[in-house]
Ligand binder design. Structure first.
Ligand SMILES: Cc1cc2nc3c(=O)[nH]c(=O)nc-3n(C[C@H](O)[C@H](O)[C@H](O)COP(=O)(O)O)c2cc1C
Length: 205
């Protein structure tokens, strides 16, 4: 793994942290760690009031970054449209590894969102159409009724992706890899991006 061979210099031009992330992600996946693909996503209002929640990581798009899918009208969707700065963090306790990213978020193209939408189970598509994510729900029955009504209405038909549902990509300009070590002498590798590329330095834990 790239991070197991850090440079001795205090600061160094280094590999893309996305590649480092992918090597740990593949390890977590191959070990079938629970929710290995879950990340905590932090967003903030225009005024900087933060909020965080778990979403599923859905892959890396070259030049664009870390992708996830959600409802564009949800709380996170509204916060991202007002303030596109966000952060996400993965933690796999079994391999004592935490990886965090910060950067700018933008919506994926309709084409990219459509491709992923088509891979979703039909019931998840139906749920995505009827769920007014983050809005108050008077009672659960209302939601289930809306789901079933749509399910019957669309028998034999394709469930089209609604415009309010789609993907985002977080393009990182900061990353950090934390590796747990005995006696709390952990290792931290910080990555920052400038015009020349990624810059890595080790930090005190
Ligand atoms: C393991 C896990 C995975 C989740 N994955 C997603 C996801 O991929 N997309 C999503 O919109 N919400 C996902 N959720 C629900 C979110 O955590 C959150 O409740 C929802 O998106 C509404 O958040 P908001 O009101 O802050 O926008 C997931 C929750 C958990 C616990």
């Amino acid at each position: 793994m790239i991070v197991s061979k850090p440079k001795h210099k205090t600061m160094a031009r280094n590999d893309d942290p996305i590649q480092v992330f992918l090597s740990y992600f593949e390890k977590a996946k191959s070990l079938e760690l629970p929710y290995y693909d879950a990340m905590t996503l932090a967003t903030a209002t225009r005024e900087g009031k933060p909020s965080a929640r778990v979403v599923l990581f859905k892959g890396i798009i070259e030049q664009e970054g870390i992708t996830f899918y959600t409802n564009y009208h949800s709380r996170k969707g509204k916060e991202l449209s007002d303030n596109p700065q966000a952060a996400c963090v993965f933690y796999w306790p079994k391999i004592e590894c935490q990886i965090r990213f910060e950067g700018q978020v933008k919506k994926l193209s309709d084409e990219e969102s459509n491709i992923y939408w088509k891979t979703r189970p039909r019931d998840s598509q139906l749920g995505g159409v009827v769920s007014q994510q983050s809005q108050p729900l008077k009672n659960r029955f209302t939601f289930l009724k809306e789901f079933l009504l749509l399910k019957f209405k669309l028998i034999g038909k394709e469930v089209a992706r609604p415009q309010h549902w789609g993907g985002y990509a977080l393009t990182p300009n900061m990353a950090e890899v934390w590796l747990g070590k005995p006696h709390r002498l952990h290792r931290r590798f910080s990555y920052r991006k400038d015009a020349a590329g990624w810059y890595q330095q080790e930090l005190y834990p």
